[in-house]
Design a protein around this ligand. Sequence first.
Ligand SMILES: Cc1cc2nc3c(=O)[nH]c(=O)nc-3n(C[C@H](O)[C@H](O)[C@H](O)COP(=O)(O)O)c2cc1C
Length: 252
Amino acid sequence: MPSDWRLNGFYDGTKLTGLFEAAQRRESCRAFSAAPDSEQWNALLAAADELAMPGVRIALGICDNSLFQPLMGLLMKFENVQRFAAVMTTDDKPHSVVNAGISGEMFLLHAAELGLGGCWVSGTYKHGQVGLKTGEGEKIVSLIALGRPKNQPEAPINRKRKEMAALCPDFDRLDPALKEVAQYVRIAPSAINLQPWRMKLESPSSLSVSVGRPGQRLDLGIALCHALLALGSTPALFSISENGQSATIERL
Ligand SMILES: Cc1cc2nc3c(=O)[nH]c(=O)nc-3n(C[C@H](O)[C@H](O)[C@H](O)COP(=O)(O)O)c2cc1C
């Protein structure tokens, strides 16, 4: 598997402490009391630039709540969404979608660090109503609804997640650093909460994370963001398969 992936060394592990903590507090927020204030907005603009990996652009936009009204019924209702981020790929490479998942989740966790709430939204928005200019070859892979949360998350967060044994049957055999990786992947968000990740011990020091379908490459990226945060400054090499559906994390 090629290991010249730009993810290696892209983020400075020593600067990610706040995001590591935010990942533990994060849950999807769909009800907002207000838009981010100007200071938060400026911090988001800077983060959108800094955190976007090659092949990815994150643009911020202004909207009203009708952008997020699901067409069918009241399921997953959104309330008072006034701002969003659009996570875009700028080329057709399979791993750019994975990069988009990593970059978007870093961005969402940065928003959480600023005291904001947010939610990935790739399905339940009106695709024709986004109103952002996209450059040639750019494609929106998901929106992220953003704002000041109406209610703060209550600790401890009760997450609906699969058993670890289903996500990572080898869990008991992992070393402590890779156990932390698996636990951080488990709390990551995923589309329709499918948690499509399968983690496998490939050698005593390497763990693979895979998804079954091309449409799940964004979820793979989100999981890899969590893996990176769990590792912190533990040296590791990430590699990705040609089809962008599998990545290996090798502890060095
Ligand atoms: C790629 C992606 C797409 C998502 N799309 C939607 C969506 O269209 N509408 C929605 O209400 N929630 C959406 N979600 C939020 C998930 O439903 C949510 O992350 C999942 O249920 C887990 O809950 P948690 O984020 O609170 O841990 C999406 C999440 C991800 C990661």
